[in-house]
Design a protein around this ligand. Structure first.
Ligand code: ATP
Ligand code: MG
Length: 413
């Protein structure tokens, strides 16, 4: 008995025409990021598990419940990457990129893996497009990175998005804020979810990111991180807000947004939409000024973001246009089929896109040409072979005519 396989839960095949939409989103990213001087970096999909423990943080949801971790045949603990930043920072340190002229700017695109509950806009394998910029502490770099993100979202045709901004401070101001959070949550501890009771001990900041209804309710009046920023963090944030104002970027301040990864410092941001149901965030990012040093490199300020490609694609669903088919060659008989192959190959070599008819009558092949939305149908039957004149039809304009085999190229002038 034969058995049929199905893809795993929470992962999916991306078929044409959906893959055209993915390509469109990626192509625009390459062109926009290229105009900002970012170069593509391709990092491995598997890494040492420790890389993610050290960067994303052991108390984060990702590390504590969502990682695909396994032991390889050499006994190493390996994890499928749940996000891109940790690998890029590892590569930055491993290849001593701090020795290259600053800033160093990268983008990546590819699949990420998180063992989450699959639902609309939330898969176990999902694609991110992300960027990382190393070496500049100035708020102007934060502004550049945010402008670049907004330009990409604009270029792919997304509207009605909102940009939410916050600053979550640095190693200097964070301890006082954590203390304030502990003071606030201590009397409410029994009412918090078990996860948050643990977070209270390990990292009270994480309580602010909990998705449990009751915890959201309890934290409504929690202290705001922006009230605890040190002078340097405050003036960094003020500079950024001023620059975004000058550039006409609309934003909302969200002092409750702490983000789910431990490595963030200072600026954090999310781009959200009201058109996707519960999964609102299409992109998110922030500064991580301490991570390069944490990975053994020189102290290097850095900032980045990642977009969720499935969520972008869902918003653009109706805009997936497959590329245009320029021609379709229908043929009858072996000799004509060979001539059709020759003709099509010559046209394709010049960048003209087209297909050959396979099997069936000329009529059924022409129906296929219509279904494909081909611009020209070219016919090679017995008569055409004898006369050396091919019949063509412009399926868009309804015109038709004849052209010598060697002159077919002219149809596409
Ligand atoms: P969320 O709050 O939706 O779980 P997150 O804070 O975990 O998002 P990040 O780690 O910042 O997300 O990843 C950046 C973007 O990647 C998100 O804004 C989202 O668009 C996308 N993303 C994250 N997790 C998933 C997933 N499981 N499936 C699809 N897209 C995802
Ligand atoms: Mg998440």
């Amino acid at each position: 008995m034969s058995s049929r396989f199905a893809a795993l839960k929470g992962v999916e095949d991306i078929l044409p025409p959906d893959s055209y939409l993915r390509q469109f989103i990626e192509d625009k990213a390459r062109s926009v990021f290229g105009s900002y001087g970012f170069g593509e970096i391709k990092t491995p999909i598997i890494e040492h598990t420790d890389l993610f423990l050290r960067s994303i943080g052991e108390t984060s949801d990702i590390v504590s419940k969502e990682m695909y971790t396994f032991t390889d045949k050499g006994g190493r603990s390996i994890t499928l990457r749940p996000e891109g930043t940790a690998s890029v920072v590892r590569a930055y340190v491993e290849h001593s990129l701090a020795m290259r002229p600053s800033p160093q700017k990268f983008y990546y695109m590819g699949p990420m893996f998180r063992y989450e509950r699959p639902q609309k806009g939330r898969q176990r394998q999902f694609y991110q497009i992300g960027v990382e910029a190393f070496g500049v502490a100035e708020a102007r770099m934060d502004a550049e990175v945010i402008l670049m993100l907004m330009l990409h979202l604009d270029r792919i045709g997304l509207e009605d998005l909102s940009l939410e901004l916050n600053s979550i401070g640095c190693g200097e101001c964070r301890p006082a804020f954590k203390e304030a959070l502990r003071d606030f949550f201590a009397p409410k501890l029994p009412e918090l979810c078990p996860d948050c009771q643990r977070r209270f001990e390990t990292n009270p900041l994480r309580i602010l990111d909990c998705k449990v209804e009751r915890c959201i309710e309890i934290r409504k009046d929690a202290p705001l991180v922006t009230d605890y920023l040190c002078g340097n963090c405050r003036s960094h944030f003020d500079s950024l807000l001023k620059l975004l104002g000058v550039m006409g970027v609309k934003y909302t301040l969200n002092p409750h947004m702490v983000r789910g990864l431990d490595y963030y410092t200072r600026t954090t941001f999310e781009v959200t939409t009201e058109n996707l149901g519960a999964q609102k965030a299409v992109a998110a990012g922030g500064r991580y000024d301490g991570l390069v040093e944490e990975f053994g490199g020189p102290a290097t300020p850095a900032i980045g973001f990642a977009m969720g490609v499935e969520r972008l694609a869902a918003l653009l669903k109706d805009k997936a246009a497959p590329p245009i088919t320029d021609f379709f060659v229908a043929s009858l008989g072996e000799e004509a089929a060979t001539q059709a192959l020759k003709l099509a190959s010559g046209l394709r070599a010049e960048g003209i896109r087209g297909e050959l008819g396979y099997g069936g009558s000329l009529k059924s092949q022409l129906r296929k040409a219509g279904k494909l939305g081909a611009r020209f149908a070219i016919i090679i039957g017995e008569d055409e072979l004898k006369s050396g004149l091919l019949k063509w039809k412009d399926l868009k304009k309804g015109e038709s005519g004849e052209v010598p085999l060697a002159g077919a190229r002219k149809l596409f002038a």
